[in-house]
Design a protein around this ligand. Structure first.
Ligand code: ITT
Length: 197
């Protein structure tokens, strides 16, 4: 049986599908499953929102389902934008504009510490939660966007002097919040697919 990767974010789909292909797990995206419905993310934590997405997309499709809720916590902004990362600065902004909005808010700020958080939740085809795992990547916000790889805030997120967008996918997955969460949840995915296949 195939695993549904329950996200409308194409950057996430690409990263998760690649990591699962390495583990020989077959997956479907929401568009493969003809799902256009977008779950309302009303939670106040990454766990709340990842659970909302995993449960609802599993019930909608009757497929084993993996959802990812992730975001950026910036120290100088008291941990914001957090669960609001996707909408930071307003829904209408493009991602390059969102990155500029963040850089502008940190103008003249010396404390540039930040982290990416990722929470993954796995549900069986009835929508019962089977596992939840978390991953974190510590870094800092740069002073200008750099690099062409990845997605989202990767061009402004610096780890050891280089942005995530300056790293190939294979390198990002070894250190990223998403890579860590997926590595931790992989045994539960394998168990679920074996039992439901
Ligand atoms: P789904 O809810 O459909 O999964 P989304 O993009 O709305 O898609 P989130 O609510 O989890 O997903 O928002 C996550 C935000 O954090 C989004 O703006 C991403 O661009 C950003 N983000 C998450 N992981 C990232 C990464 O590895 N690199 C850059 N930005 C990332």
């Amino acid at each position: 049986m195939k695993l549904l990767i329950a996200t409308h974010n194409q950057g996430k789909v690409k990263e998760i599908a690649q990591m699962l292909a390495d583990a020989k797990i077959e997956c479907l995206s929401l568009s493969d499953a003809n799902v256009t419905f977008d779950v309302d993310e009303t939670g106040t934590t990454f766990l709340d929102n990842a659970t909302l997405k995993a449960v609802q997309y599993a019930q909608l499709t009757n497929l084993p389902t993996l959802a990812d809720d992730s975001g950026l916590e910036v120290d100088a902004l008291n941990g914001e934008p957090g669960v609001y990362t996707a909408r930071y600065g307003g829904k209408e902004l493009s991602q390059p504009e969102r990155n500029q909005f963040l850089l502008q808010n940190l103008k003249n700020e010396a404390n540039r510490g930040a982290r990416f958080q990722c929470m993954m939740v796995l549900c069986d085809p009835t929508g019962k939660v089977q596992a939840q795992e978390q991953g974190t990547l510590e870094g800092e916000i740069g002073f200008e966007p750099r690099g062409e790889h990845g997605f989202g805030y990767d061009p402004v997120f610096v780890v050891d002097g280089r942005t995530l967008a300056e790293r190939e996918a294979a390198e990002k997955k070894l250190i990223s919040h998403r890579g860590r969460a997926l590595f931790a949840i992989l045994p539960s995915i394998e168990k679920l697919l074996t039992n439901s296949g």
